[in-house]
Design a protein around this ligand. Structure first.
Ligand code: KG4
Ligand code: ZN
Length: 317
């Protein structure tokens, strides 16, 4: 594994040009290392799966060109994978999970509830009307002066914090919709920090812990409320209660996993979550989506164009 985090840290977020350049610099040697560690060479490979979108297009382009080059040179099938499909199918890599299932996809760019009916068959039930939940974690962490990336830093900061100390809003809680909103929560955190004052915040680490814990509790309440509602919809459509699957970077959060697990139990089903290391972006989930597609005989043409925007429900199989 190679992480670009240190290259982006001075800027407090991902810089597209740095990401694309870093992909170019490291991809070839990473592929060689991955093959060496797996004790495989190109002759052992059945197909090449590459993330083809959605996202920052520079890095995606470098990956797609590399994948196509390997596929063309080795005469292997090429699979253009939607990044979100990788998240959606990860639980089938780590366990035996049958279709259909209800998916809560929570990452830096997305917050969606999706019915996963099969490979390439995704029905979106709800989405965020403003910020993604991971983005909200990252912004809250930045306001608290925490390290980048913000989600894991905020989770650490919340340890030993009192989640009831700060009364933060739960946007859209209890409303008859499956959509989400997080911008109000983000703004409320900013106002709290201004009210407390930067000096007091730095002088008393307990305030930071309590604010981080209160923020996490608000996010967990909102997500739990939406999932409860969506499980009702799922039951009505599919005739069984679940399961509920959570995926994407924010799914690594233990407070969230515990809350969602309770919601699932209350609805007579279970929560299935990938191990935390496979919640945040990783190549294994893309390879796995490739395996699933290859098994169905699917493949993509070598002129497949990378897609900066590519909603999950516009994938086909
Ligand atoms: O899926 P992912 O790795 O990349 C995208 O597709 O966006 O998700 C990254 C997001 C970031 O916003 C990051 O702060 C958040 O997931 N994240 C977490 C945790 N680990 C990663 N948020 C809360 N708690 C965590 N432990
Ligand atoms: Zn992701």
């Amino acid at each position: 594994m190679f992480a670009q985090i240190a290259e982006h840290r001075p800027y407090g977020g991902v810089v597209p040009e740095i990401a694309a350049r870093s992909h170019l610099d490291h991809l070839d040697s990473l592929i060689a290392r991955a093959l060496a560690e797996a004790e495989l060479d190109f002759d052992d490979i059945d197909g090449v799966a590459t993330t083809a979108g959605p996202g920052l297009i520079g890095g995606v382009f470098v990956g797609v060109m590399t994948g196509k080059a390997i596929a063309a040179a080795r005469r292997l099938p090429f699979l253009a994978i939607n990044h979100l499909e990788g998240h959606a199918l990860t639980v089938r890599l780590t366990g035996e999970v049958e279709f259909p299932y209800l998916l809560l996809l929570v990452s830096g760019g997305h917050c969606q509830l999706v019915m996963v009916e099969g490979i390439g068959r995704y029905r979106r039930l709800g989405t965020t009307i403003d910020d993604a939940v991971g983005e909200c974690f990252d912004k809250a962490a930045k306001m608290l002066g925490l390290d980048y990336p913000g989600g894991p830093a905020l989770e650490r900061a919340a340890q030993g914090g009192d989640p009831a100390r700060f009364d933060l809003p739960r946007p859209m809680l209890g409303r008859d919709t499956l959509d989400f909103s997080f911008s109000g929560l983000k703004t409320a955190v900013r106002h709290r920090i201004v009210d407390i004052g930067a000096d007091k915040l730095t002088a008393d680490p307990q305030i930071e812990r309590d604010l981080a814990a209160s923020f996490q509790a608000a996010v967990a309440d909102v997500l739990a409320d939406r999932c409860a509602r969506a499980l009702g919809v799922f039951q009505a459509r599919c005739g069984r209660p679940g399961p509920l699957v959570v995926a994407g970077g924010v799914a690594a959060n233990q407070t969230l996993r515990a809350r969602l697990s309770d919601v699932a139990t209350q609805h007579g089903t279970e929560l299935i979550a990938p191990p935390p290391a496979l919640c945040t972006d990783n190549a294994a989930m893309i390879a796995w989506a490739g395996v699933e597609r290859l098994r169905l005989g699917l493949r993509d043409p070598l002129d497949f164009a990378p897609r900066p925007r590519w909603p999950l429900d516009e994938i086909s199989a």
